[in-house]
Design a protein around this ligand. Structure first.
Ligand code: GTP
Ligand code: GTP
Ligand code: CA
Ligand code: CA
Length: 653
């Protein structure tokens, strides 16, 4: 698939100029390829089909005649035109003076916002043996929207098709936005765009484009490789004209910019424009909305994750910019990576949300988690940044291929397993029960319990993201700390809705369980959302909860997994996260049927498992059902994980 360039759909060429200069004759000469002796005052509007025009764009040619049209009609036509050709007769000085005294002001007046490109056409050169071009150049300097001038003759047909070609080009590849004739240099906006393009093409980020990078650039933009001879010629031109256009046999940024100004000076604007459009720029040299925000339909109940391609692209990007290969991005590496974007996609506070190294620099894992989170909660932003980073150019397709839309949740539920890789877990519990600490533990794997507790936690974000292994497969879990101000405040639907809920209480606080018991009964007991109750601060003394049921009994009554003990000072802090991710990945198993044995002899769990089944009169089925997680039995045991037997939920209900 080739990325569609945001070209204008039709080109509308309007011919204006004083009476008798030859407008109608020019149009009819073009169409009939011979000079018509007798012409009407005004030619009918002509449409040239795309395939016979040099730029493959349908083109309308519109005549104007003062004899047939009012001032108002003329203004209307000027407004509708995508380019205006002002025709003068080379033998008529009056018609030349009128370019500046009448026509240019009239055109400007009708295009107050964005200038309309203009082509100056001197007709009837068959009548004189001099050129008017010198005087015309002066006018061109005065009006930047005048793209070109040309002298021609309707009578001898000289430069007739060229005139219409230039008009078409003036619309499709205008000079004014990219090159300042006055300064004889690229415009600032064009330079900025080309610098970004240079950086994206500079795959090894050494500030130079080597032959391979140049070739890739050429193939991507023009769908054809550079001939080796052409490469040498290009470098020879640079060496001849610039001191530092070539370095180590590679093209420098300065050389790259110089080449573009050379193309434009030679009238080859289309070369530069093709490059700019390929990299997403519109006619105003902004990155176009269509390019940055492709549309992708996401049914409700589905989520968005990075596809294999997206993952691959971002991994490659990371490797490119992790210059010292320490698997983390230093501030400089981070800045370099996002230098092709208007601003970085996330700020320095990201360290509080995803894994970092000891220095607080985002690790590869943290970086991928951050992208996963963005793709989940703010897909347009993922598209936008992939666009800035050059995904479309590298892959030669739209950013939508970097993302996959997951199957609707109800299908996951029906199939009793999920195809997703990213899950959302809501952490809910009374104030002080240890929610924030739990979330911090999730990402600060390099800190011990003591440092975790002593860390200054003000401004703790509501989200933490990390990877978790579920049966040997890497899943991403997003923990969202649901801050409830008052115990009596109701939870909003978006605070309830998630893939798994983690309800926390403080074993040391007798009043803390009641809150989550009520939350469970009110919001989760009847829902399909799996719930894990977490007994926090397990290192402190466990006290009796002031509630009609003690936590373990409560779980039994509601047929949910028994409370998972957790302490920042504990040794197996990750168990809780693995359990949450597993429950999210296998949603129908919200009742305790689903067991995950984390270490070879976690007899405690195994016992509870069987005991619970006995308690509820469930017959334990002996056949072991292995999840189709793509893992063989051997692989699972080799990983030290044991998947327990599973019963169909239906049997318990
Ligand atoms: N010698 C010469 N005569 C031309 C040329 N082009 C047009 N003419 C003549 O100039 C006269 C005016 O031409 P038109 O095509 O009617 O000019 P126009 O600009 O359409 O004029 P209005 O319709 O009055 O606005 C006619 O007699 C044409 O034959 C040319 O290239 N060379
Ligand atoms: N001993 C011990 N103290 C803990 C543990 N977890 C958290 N704490 C302490 O308990 C207090 C509350 O912990 P937080 O994580 O802030 O609790 P929270 O649920 O986020 O509270 P709010 O933000 O008010 O809703 C803090 O002083 C923590 O240091 C733990 O495992 N053991
Ligand atoms: Ca006419
Ligand atoms: Ca690094």
């Amino acid at each position: 698939m080739v990325v569609k360039s945001p070209l204008k759909r039709t080109v509308r060429i309007l011919l204006v100029g004083d009476s008798g200069v030859g407008k109608t004759s020019l149009i009819l000469s073009l169409v009939s390829e011979e000079f018509p002796e007798n012409v009407p005052a005004k030619a009918e509007e002509i449409t040239i089909p795309a395939d016979v025009t040099p730029e493959q764009v349908p083109t309308n040619i519109v005549d104007y005649s003062a004899a047939e049209q009012s001032e108002a009609e003329l203004n209307e036509q000027i407004k509708r035109a995508s380019v205006v050709c002002i025709i003068y007769a080379v033998d008529d000085d009056e018609s030349i003076d009128r370019i500046t005294s009448h026509w240019m002001p009239l055109i400007r007046q009708n295009h107050p916002d964005t200038p309309c490109p203009v082509v100056l056409v001197g007709n009837k050169i068959d009548l004189v043996d001099y050129s008017t071009i010198d005087g015309i150049f002066e006018i061109m300097e005065e009006y930047s929207e005048i793209e070109t001038c040309i002298e021609c003759s309707a009578k001898t047909l000289k430069n007739i098709s060229e005139m219409f070609y230039y008009a078409q080009k003036a619309v499709l590849h205008p000079t004014a936005p990219i090159y300042s004739v006055e300064k004889a240099d690229l415009t600032e906006a064009c330079k900025k765009a080309l610098v970004r393009i240079f950086k994206i093409c500079d795959v090894d980020s050494d500030g130079l484009l080597n032959d391979i990078e140049l070739n890739n650039f050429q193939s991507r933009c023009f769908n054809a490789p550079l001939q080796p001879q052409v490469l040498d010629d290009v470098k020879a031109v640079l060496r001849k004209n610039l001191d530092d256009g070539v370095s180590h046999n590679c093209v420098t940024l300065k050389g790259f910019l110089y080449l573009h100004s050379l193309f434009i000076q030679r009238g080859r604007n289309e070369t530069t424009w093709t490059v700019l459009r390929k990299f997403g720029y519109n006619d105003n040299l902004n990155m176009s909305k269509d390019y940055l925000f492709p549309s992708l339909k996401v049914p409700s109940g589905s989520t968005t994750e990075l596809s294999h391609k997206g993952h691959h692209f971002l991994t490659h990007l990371f490797d490119r910019f992790d210059k010292d290969q320490d698997r983390a991005l230093s501030p400089t590496e981070f800045e370099e990576m996002f230098s092709t974007c208007p601003t970085p996609p996330w700020g320095p506070d990201v360290g509080a949300m995803v894994p970092t190294n000891e220095k607080g620099w985002i690790t590869y894992q943290g970086y991928m988690c951050q992208w996963a989170l963005m793709t989940l909660v703010d897909l347009p932003r993922t598209f936008e940044y992939l666009g800035y980073l050059g995904y479309n150019v590298y892959e030669n397709e739209s950013q939508t291929t970097a993302v996959q839309v997951t199957r609707e949740k109800k299908l996951d539920l029906a199939k009793k397993q999920s195809s997703r890789n990213v899950y959302q877990c809501h952490v809910i519990g009374p104030s002080g029960s240890g929610k924030s600490t739990l979330c911090r533990c999730f990402i600060k794997t390099h800190l011990d319990g003591k440092s975790l507790l002593s860390e200054n936690t003000t401004g703790t974000p509501t989200c933490t993201v990390n990877t978790v292994q579920v049966y040997g497969q890497e899943k991403i879990l997003v923990l969202r700390d649901i801050n409830v101000r008052n115990v009596s405040d109701p939870l909003l639907p978006h605070e309830v809705h998630c893939d798994v809920a983690c309800l926390t209480y403080d074993v040391n606080n007798p009043k803390s369980f009641e809150y989550i018991a009520r939350i469970y009964i009110k919001y989760f007991a009847e829902s399909k959302i799996p719930v894990l109750i977490v007994a926090c601060k397990d290192d402190l003394e466990e006290v009796r909860q002031e509630y009609l049921l003690q936590p373990a009994n409560f779980c039994q009554k509601y047929k949910i997994l028994p409370p998972q003990k957790f302490s920042v000072r504990g040794h197996h802090k990750r168990d809780v996260f693995v359990k949450l991710a597993t429950m999210a990945a296998f949603p129908p198993l919200r009742r305790m049927v689903h067991m995950l044995l984390l270490r070879p002899q976690p007899t405690e769990w195994l016992n509870i498992f069987y005991r619970n089944f006995r308690d509820f009169g469930v017959i334990v089925n002996d056949t072991t059902v292995w999840w189709k997680a793509g893992l063989s039995l051997a692989a699972v045991t080799a990983l030290g994980l044991l998947v327990a037997r599973v019963l169909h939920t239906d049997k318990i209900r």
